[in-house]
Design a protein around this ligand. Structure first.
Ligand code: ZN
Ligand code: ZN
Ligand code: FE
Length: 691
């Protein structure tokens, strides 16, 4: 019995090779019909014998292109039309509907083979890509995702590229950024010259996928020192790009899961334990036993390492200390001219900036700490329809969130919203995501902190309903939303600081929380914070609530304790065999660590033991407090959130203790635990209040 069905797919189904896949599948099964992209996804109709149609539907599910993600599928029966042949039809644009835009994707193995194969016409070509890989979000100006809507619009394809583009059997069929040396973007100089200069110790500004990098030979201590001095980047660690996985193994301890995160299509920076004897200059990541490592993710990167004298390059964002990453050639020369000795640029414009993403490994899974290139603008499915709204996020590590249907659309990492340039980046990205996803916010959510630029921005928006959301409530709601929870949970939000409902700065909070509201059941003891919000940058100081105390913990001098350095150093030196902890008090609603501080002041044990006891004490205290809240409330689900839980040692100890007491534990995975995650929480809370 012949039959005809229409299939509609939503999800990431454009720009990932889905139409050629469907075309080839239909050919194989001898089905008639068509496939096309519309602004909400992909539509196909097939007609043929029942068994073939069934096989088609099954293959859609099981054999689809690796980068596609089918969020949902509807199949409708249609009357037979007697169609002959199978066709790919032109895209349909419908206003008000939208398709999910793919993140940028690292160079695939086949494209790598193309640009490194001496007989290939793309040999040595730095902009090689196909439907399985290449730039997406950073070059897309509008949807549907077609070449005229990208920054490739100015490059007319040559005859050979056009033939590939129109050949459904070709890997480059409808690859919108398709290009070759004859017709595509070009570098400003030879790669060999860049290699020679890097090997000579020069600092290069290199235009990448989502912005400029500043690069130098990671093994060249003098070059690294000059880069650090010129970039005036105190002691924030530099990320390192290595030639391949073997080179990563030489520098860091890379287990199976970390190797998978490093070499996957998203190619984030993975924070890994540095190997002893890794022979890297101290200034790459001063006093930091971890190292942020990534693998090449564009053909340009691969070609830079090919045959080069170096196996590792410092690749740090091309910006001045707190400003957004530079994307424009002219701008790069103006802003980075004093830092870089030489520029390697190209003539393909970057439409959207995206920094490198950062992940850490925990319990065998990658945990996103900075969600940007390779991840944004992939949406999160919150499992229920939300009104269209904007959540402005926080101040540091700002990310905002838009909602549309069941989608939470998190922006890429915007950065610390403390200067005009970053605010402009925020506004440009907001305008772009509103356009791509066809969002018209009816309401805006914001942090209660009156001094945040994001708050002032929200309050200045005319005509929208406004929802102020408490910082730690947003952290917990974010963790709930990511894990698809409803109802009430015990929420533990530990971070630098957040503005409390009483106007005081809160920091270590135990909440009973739902999307609708929260009660604050316990917190770290209030202490005056020297410098107020400045303590945000010293998480341990404020986590402890004892300004200036941390330098006696470990012999780390006061002047070194900045930019989260204390947390990193303490986490790193922990002696894992030490199970002891210090005393603490629970007095009413207050968790008081003064007894621990008393002991630490007179400690004679070596720093790794002190650091271990310190971590054990925090985990122990959190566990104690959760037990107490469970007794009082009957709740058994715990959400952990806040930037303090970027400390994987503390997270691990806390998780172990809570699980041993049979709590149901929920952690962040795809959304940062730090303030980069609070926009999601703000959004779901505001949506709840709008009901
Ligand atoms: Zn490819
Ligand atoms: Zn070409
Ligand atoms: Fe926070």
């Amino acid at each position: 019995m012949p039959q005809r069905v229409q299939v509609r797919l939503r999800g990431i189904v454009q720009g990932v090779g889905f139409r050629p896949f469907v075309y080839n599948l239909a050919q194989r099964l001898n089905l008639a019909g068509y496939v096309l992209n519309d602004s909400s996804g992909l539509v196909a109709e097939v007609e043929g014998p029942h068994a073939a149609v069934e096989a088609f539907l099954k293959a859609l599910e099981n054999e689809h292109p690796p980068l596609a993600w089918i969020q949902d599928r509807t199949v409708t029966s249609l009357p037979l039309t007697g169609d002959l042949g199978f066709f790919i039809r032109p895209s349909l644009a419908e206003t008000g509907r939208f398709a999910l835009v793919s993140p940028d994707i690292a160079t695939c193995a086949e494209c790598l083979a193309d640009c490194t194969g001496p007989d290939n016409r793309r040999y040595g070509y730095a902009f090689t890509n196909c439907t399985n890989c290449g730039p997406r979000y950073t070059i897309i100006r509008d949807i549907p995702y077609d070449r005229p809507h990208t920054t490739m619009a100015d490059f007319a394809m040559c005859q050979m590229c056009r033939a590939e583009y129109h050949d459904p059997a070709n890997r480059r069929f409808h690859a919108q950024p398709n290009a070759c040396p004859a017709c595509g973007p070009a570098l400003s100089a030879e790669i060999a010259e860049a290699q020679r200069r890097l090997a000579d110790g020069e600092i290069l500004a290199i235009k990448g996928l989502g912005g400029f990098h500043l690069a130098c030979d990671a093994r060249n201590a003098a070059a690294v020192a000059r880069l650090r001095a010129r970039k005036r980047r105190s002691d924030k660690p530099f990320a390192v790009m290595v030639r391949n996985l073997e080179a990563a193994h030489e520098l860091c301890a890379v287990d199976h899961e970390a190797a998978r995160a490093l070499s996957g299509p998203r190619r984030p920076i993975v924070i890994l334990p540095r190997r002893e004897g890794a022979r890297l200059p101290e200034l790459i990541a001063p006093r930091n036993p971890a190292l942020g490592v990534m693998l090449p993710y564009t053909p340009l990167h691969h070609l830079l390492f090919r045959g080069a004298a170096f196996a590792a390059l410092v690749m740090t964002s091309g910006n001045l200390s707190e400003e957004p990453i530079v994307v424009d050639n002219q701008d790069a020369h103006e802003r980075l001219g004093e830092v870089a000795d030489w520029f390697l640029v190209h003539n393909r414009d970057i439409y959207m900036r995206a920094d490198d993403s950062v992940v850490r490994m925990f319990e065998g899974e990658e945990r996103v700490m900075r969600r940007s290139r390779g991840y944004a603008p992939q949406t999160l499915d919150v499992g229920r329809g939300l009104p269209e709204l904007l959540a402005c996020g926080g101040e540091l590590k700002n990310v905002f969130c838009l909602t549309k249907g069941t989608h939470a659309i998190l922006s890429q990492h915007i950065g610390d919203l403390e200067n005009y340039e970053t605010l402009v980046f925020f506004e440009e990205t907001l305008a772009n995501l509103k356009k791509l996803f066809r969002v018209t916010p009816r309401a805006v959510a914001y942090d209660l902190h009156p001094g945040y630029l994001s708050t002032r921005y929200a309050l200045g928006l005319p005509g929208l309903e406004k929802f102020g959301v408490q910082h730690h409530h947003a952290h917990i709601a974010s963790c709930m939303a990511e894990n698809g929870l409803t109802g009430e949970v015990i929420g533990v939000a530990m971070d630098g600081t957040g503005y409390g409902e009483d106007g005081a700065i809160w920091g270590g909070e135990f909440l009973l929380a739902s999307y609708a509201g929260f009660t604050r059941r316990a917190h770290l003891r209030y202490v005056p914070l020297a410098g107020g919000d400045a303590a945000v940058r010293e998480p341990w100081r404020s986590a402890l609530g004892y300004p200036g105390a941390s330098e006696r913990l470990t012999g780390v001098p006061e002047q070194r304790i900045r930019a989260g350095q204390a947390a990193i150093e303490l986490e790193a030196i922990v002696d894992p065999s030490c199970e002891e902890s210090y005393p603490f008090d629970i007095a009413g609603e207050e968790l008081d660590f003064r007894p621990m501080m008393q002991r630490i002041l007179t400690e004679t044990a070596p720093p790794p033991v002190v650091a271990a006891r310190f971590h054990n004490t925090l985990a122990h205290a959190i566990h104690e407090m959760c037990l107490r809240l469970r007794r009082e409330s009957g709740l058994n689900r715990v959400c952990l959130s806040g930037g303090t839980f970027q400390n994987m040692r503390l997270l691990g100890l806390t998780a172990r203790a809570l699980r041993a007491s049979r709590f149901e534990l929920f952690l962040h995975r795809n959304v940062p635990p730090n303030d980069g995650g609070i926009a999601l929480g703000q959004a779901v809370i505001a949506a709840q209040r709008m009901k």
